[in-house]
Design a protein around this ligand. Structure first.
Ligand code: ADP
Ligand code: MG
Length: 544
């Protein structure tokens, strides 16, 4: 029995035209848009980069069991607590990171920056703590995490009656994208429902109650506003601002703009976009290591930066020269709140996810002392193994090298942003070509096999119909103050911040099915980069 019903329906030309016209107009009118690829709109056609196109979206909301949606949301605050605890526990992180520094240059560089700043001393707005009759001036850095925990629906293949649940794909602590567009996609599908763009026959499936709003734009903006407020005003009387540290060029700019505009509009916070490569050009540290920003369009003006929100800096390719590393160091040394700090970024490595999720791992308890909450988080882990020489690592090495067992796994290095993993039958060959000393830079994860479903994707002006796989991301915002650098911290804000549903063509490897060519892989990248799909909830609970 199929887990999901026949979906989406066939439509005649007039029905499809109406749906598509409604979708295209609404998307552009509401900024559900991306800058086009040059393959779609050539540089000669758009020499000034003025054009935008609808972000790739599904025509119909994708299906997702309500019970799974609720489960993923229910652990959002626990994940905030867990990862803020890990990021505050430098001693624990050090053990994990040190296993990587000799074999992963990128991680080694990040760690080096952290150590340099640690030696000098992290700075932050000083904070007066009344202890007995003395007022002690403490330096307790503030940290902001805008996280996204990604999940797929898992059903037990051995038990057809089992309820579906979510299993975590990964946990993102840096540059979690699509929070801006996700709110728009959820609104788009609601709009299409209200204007009758979906056939009557679907009324029992696509209903208003089955289309929950995603609050990711207000949620992420609130997280930033709280950090900005906690930093306080400039002691030197400068105006303050939040920096969006971005890649340049950036096709997904409107995703970021939605959050930025909400921050301006709802909280009156001044924001600037700073390209990653320009940190040393446009910022400097004052004597107290406050981060001072001068916009290139008005270089005589100075702003004190309260928060640096990273939408860049997560991939080695972005660090093209020592100057880029020096820029990263400058931000880390500064008093500005980093979202994320280097430690928070490192807490989000796949290695940390593996250390927590390796069967019988004792580590979760350390960070989440509440047993019930730890159990709820544990339920979302899929089995993940190290590729080192430990007992679990030896077992994993066997599974990964044997072509018969390797097909159930994905091998991941410590990278973000897509395009780095090795899937299923490609794993044994990859290991043959990789020196054994480098194997521990990877983790081996069981593939999650979500139920099959179909949808129609509108992308680059074309319709693509076929099998899709859905990945749910739940955003979380967490603001905390480190108290001793050894794991003690005070959480000031901890809330869920909306969700994202991405729908990927299942004909690609990262979607979960075999792929062989690089071209196909690239086409996945494009699709994944712009398909905040949308889902309905409820009646298609697989257990029904
Ligand atoms: P990245 O940091 O590059 O985003 P991910 O761990 O999210 O790395 O992997 C990229 C994609 O690969 C995911 O979006 C998902 O489609 C697929 N994938 C990763 N891990 C699994 C898994 N265990 N089961 C099924 N698909 C997976
Ligand atoms: Mg991912």
């Amino acid at each position: 029995m199929a887990a999901y019903p026949e979906y989406p329906p066939d439509q005649n030309d007039e029905q499809q035209d109406y749906l598509l016209t409604s979708l295209k107009d609404w998307s552009i009118a509401h900024g559900l848009a991306v800058r086009p690829t040059t393959a779609y709109v050539s540089a000669e056609t758009d020499p000034s980069g003025a054009l935008a196109t609808t972000a790739p979206v599904t025509l119909f909301p994708s299906l997702f069991p309500r019970v799974c949606f609720e489960q993923a949301k229910s652990v959002a605050q626990d994940y905030n607590e867990l990862y803020s605890a890990i990021a505050s526990d430098e001693e624990w992180l050090k053990q994990t990171v040190e296993e990587l520094v000799d074999i992963d240059d990128f991680i080694a560089q990040l760690w080096k920056i952290h150590l340099a700043v640690k030696q000098e001393g992290y700075v932050q707005v000083t904070f007066t703590r009344p202890i007995q009759i003395l007022d002690l001036i403490m330096i307790e850095p503030l940290n902001l995490g805008l996280f996204r925990s990604d999940y797929m629906v898992h059903t037990d293949p051995a038990n057809a009656q089992s309820r579906p649940c979510v299993k975590q794909v990964e946990f993102n602590t840096i540059a979690s994208s699509f929070g801006g567009l996700s709110t728009q996609v959820s609104a788009l599908h609601k709009y299409l429902l209200t204007v009758g763009a979906y056939p009557e026959t679907l009324s029992s499936i696509i209903s208003d109650a089955a289309l929950p709003e995603s609050t990711s734009v207000p949620g992420l903006a609130l997280g930033m506003a709280k950090a900005h407020e906690a930093y306080g005003s400039s002691k030197n009387g400068l105006p303050t601002c939040v920096i969006f540290l971005v890649q340049d060029p950036e096709r997904n700019v409107f995703d970021q703009r939605h959050v930025e505009y909400a921050l301006n509009r709802n909280y009156g916070v001044k924001t600037f976009r700073l390209p990653f490569g320009r940190v040393l050009d446009d910022t400097k540290l004052d004597a107290d290591r406050k981060l001072i920003y001068s916009p290139p369009h008005t270089p005589s003006k100075q702003f004190e930066v309260t928060l640096v929100y990273f939408r860049a800096g997560y991939s080695p390719a972005e660090y093209q020269s020592q100057r880029d590393w020096d820029g990263r160091l400058q931000i880390e040394r500064s008093a500005a709140i980093k979202c994320p700090s280097i430690l928070t970024q490192l807490a989000g490595t796949k290695k940390v996810q593996q250390v927590l999720a390796t069967p019988h791992s004792p580590h979760l308890k350390r960070f989440l002392p509440n047993e019930a909450r730890a159990a709820a988080v544990l339920k979302t882990f899929a089995p993940i193994y190290p590729m080192d020489k430990s007992e679990a690592g030896q077992e994993a090495r066997k599974l990964a090298q044997d072509p018969e067992t390797a097909v159930r796994y994905v091998l991941k290095p410590q990278r973000e942003g897509g395009g780095n993993n090795v899937y299923r039958k490609a794993i044994p060959q990859f290991l043959k070509e990789t020196p054994e000393t480098h194997w521990p830079a990877h983790i081996l994860m069981e593939m999650i096999e979500p139920p099959a479903q179909s949808n129609v994707i509108f992308r680059n002006g074309e319709l693509q119909k076929g099998g899709v796989i859905c990945e749910l991301g739940v955003y979380g915002a967490c603001l905390w103050r480190d108290e001793d650098g050894k794991g003690k911290r005070k959480i000031l804000e901890n809330f869920e911040a909306g969700y994202l549903l991405r729908t990927k063509g299942s004909g690609s490897e990262e979607g979960g099915v075999a792929v062989s060519s690089y071209d196909e892989y690239l086409s996945y990248q494009d699709a994944a980069d712009g398909i905040p799909g949308r889902f309905r909830l409820g009646r298609f609970c697989v257990s029904n």
